[in-house]
Ligand binder design. Structure first.
Ligand code: CTP
Ligand code: MG
Length: 219
């Protein structure tokens, strides 16, 4: 199986609040996006396409020499859509990954690839929910507890049979915005399988997450 990786790196990182796009923020001296590309390649992906902010393309070319870049869009969905159409000639499987998950262990990538090899059309890495999880009303008053054993936290990379992902994006209305790619294929009725994720594949969203990642790298 020949798998292509799509890295969504075109966000600005408002919640991190750095003066650079989040994907270019350094972790132990290397941009987050470089770590994320390496994680995919180390796990068995053959090549990658990275969606970047159009106005920052030169900086990404410097950070990722020799890597295929495409201009992303205003939403993550638009960025993945752009990369998917640029990668139309590549691979029979596609793994879509967040640049914001730099320390994803190669084993997670390998588990996703193995599930695709085994015939899954869509597969996502997940983790259990360990805290009691509740729903609240508009005033913040608890309306009930959610059945935790049925809930999972979804990570990336998310893997797809390429034709399935292309079809799902093709049927998604222009301008639709979904938070991940599993939701895009789920919307056309494709079953999405799960494999074990890893806490180290956590997404860097706020400054605290970056501080934790620095600790993880430095040991
Ligand atoms: N992303 C993207 N294109 C966008 C928005 C997000 O490719 N228009 C990517 C981000 O670069 C990131 C991933 O999607 O790797 C997950 O998004 P998120 O963590 O929300 O990153 P940002 O949108 O950059 O951060 P924020 O929401 O805090 O601004
Ligand atoms: Mg965002």
């Amino acid at each position: 199986m020949h798998a292509v990786g799509i890295v969504a790196a075109a966000g600005s990182g408002l919640r991190l609040g750095a003066d650079l796009p989040k994907a270019l923020v350094p972790l132990a001296g290397r941009p987050l996006v470089a770590w994320s590309v390496d994680a995919l390649l180390a796990g068995g992906v053959a090549e990658v396409v990275v969606a970047v902010p159009a106005e920052q393309r030169a900086a990404f070319e410097t950070a990722l020499p020799g890597v295929r870049l495409v201009d992303g869009g205003a939403t993550r969905t638009a960025s993945v859509r752009a990369a998917l159409s640029a990668a139309h000639d590549l691979g029979d499987a596609v793994l879509v990954h967040d640049a914001a998950r730099p320390l994803t262990p190669p084993e997670v990538v390998a588990r996703v690839l193995a599930a695709l090899d085994g015939g899954a059309r869509a597969v996502v890495p997940v983790l259990p929910v360990v805290d009691t999880t509740v729903a609240v009303d508009a005033d913040g008053v608890i309306t009930g507890a959610l059945p935790r054993e049925q809930l999972r936290r979804v990570q990336t990379p998310q893997g797809f049979d390429r034709a399935t992902l292309v079809e799902a994006y093709g049927r998604l209305p222009a301008g639709a915005e979904l938070t991940d790619d599993a939701a895009v294929v789920h919307s056309i009725g494709v079953p999405v399988r799960t494999v074990a994720g890893d806490e180290r594949a956590a997404k860097i969203t706020v400054a605290h997450d970056l501080a934790l990642a620095e600790k993880q790298v430095r040991g």
